[in-house]
Design a protein around this ligand. Structure first.
Ligand code: C5P
Length: 317
């Protein structure tokens, strides 16, 4: 895999994905998960969606997408573990279909293997990330030459979070989430503890329960703390308007978030990501994250189902 570039942002979205080539027709990409460090709802729109403001950051937890161009016009997708749907609803299929339609090339085919590590229905954008990487990778192996802007337009038609994964590693996202402005990441990436509950939360169910705020809060304090790379200030400014609705839909997620925030040693802050179910803690550094993760595992009440606990770092430029 090539390392992420240390130079400034490139117009080539492939540059932001760790990847390697297998001949002229094959490409393997590592597709990152995201966390929302700030998420506010601005208004409900006439089309049923919600305008929002969110700081999204990529973290070093990856699915693997292996692509090979084949003649004959069929796109075959295999997923591991195969409990995950590899049918037409999978966003990777939607990405391939949308790309072929825009390019006017129904003759293009591909064999795709997706190895999932990012949990689904977890608020970490796993399906969206796979779809964005499929757009970038298929554009490459099908030699379509579409620009980043053209891929962004297709991404927005697949799902609200897909465009973020063409604005890695951090972006301020508005509109439905699909309008992205690159956010300068800190020189030293943040360290997180992830708590992945054994239950997922459905995004439409959370938005249905949401109470849209009369006076939305702003994200300037969080953005300044993030740019400065100051974990204590980031922890103090974390915010997610979807928490009460998600905790109502799945009370375990709320209990995990409270337990994580109140641990000894205390993390810098704790929050739910996206519409849940993942909750995460911001930590001072890797050794603080190890302590927080151990304290979380060791303080589980007997009646609380076990969650996966992972330590991850933000993706740096
Ligand atoms: O765009 P995506 O398919 O990811 O959205 C899933 C669901 O989440 C939508 O059908 C909608 O109910 C809700 N949603 C919303 N406002 C957003 C994003 C998602 O209401 N900005």
């Amino acid at each position: 895999m090539t390392a992420l570039p240390t130079s400034s942002r490139s117009a080539d979205p492939l540059a932001f994905y760790p990847h390697f080539r297998a001949g002229a027709d094959g490409l393997t990409l590592a597709t990152p998960a995201k966390l929302n460090l700030f998420l506010e709802i601005v208004r409900k729109r006439p089309d049923g969606y919600h305008d929002l403001e969110s700081l999204m950051v990529a973290v070093e937890l990856y699915d693997t997408l292996e692509l090979r161009a084949v003649p004959g016009g069929a796109v075959e997708l295999r997923c591991e573990p195969d409990t995950l749907g590899s049918g037409p609803d999978n966003l990777v299929h939607k990405a391939a279909a949308a790309l072929r339609a825009v390019a006017g090339r129904p003759d293009l085919g591909a064999h795709i293997r997706l190895t999932k590590r990012i949990p689904t229905q977890a608020g970490m954008g796993g399906g969206s990330s796979d779809a964005a990487a499929a757009l970038v990778g298929l554009n490459e192996i099908w030699k379509l030459g579409l620009t980043r802007e053209q891929l962004v337009a297709i991404a927005a038609s697949i799902g609200s979070d897909v465009a973020f994964f063409l604005a890695l590693p951090a972006a301020w996202c508005t509109g439905r989430g699909e309008i992205t402005a690159p956010e300068p990441p800190p020189r030293r990436a943040l360290d997180f503890v992830l708590v992945l509950p054994p239950v997922g939360v459905s995004t439409p169910a959370v938005f249905k329960r949401l109470v849209v705020p009369v006076g939305p809060v702003g994200g300037d304090r969080l953005r300044a703390a993030f740019r400065a790379g100051d974990p204590a200030a980031v922890g103090a400014a974390l915010f997610n308007r979807l928490e009460p609705a998600a905790f109502g839909a799945e009370p375990l997620v709320g209990r995990l978030r409270t337990r994580l925030a109140e641990l000894h040693p205390a993390p810098c802050g704790a929050l739910m990501s996206g519409s849940g179910s993942t909750v995460f803690a911001v930590c001072r550094d890797r050794s603080h994250a190890l302590e927080v993760a151990a304290a979380f595992r060791n303080s589980r009440p007997a009646d609380e189902p076990e969650s996966r606990v992972l330590i991850v770092r933000g993706v740096a430029l």
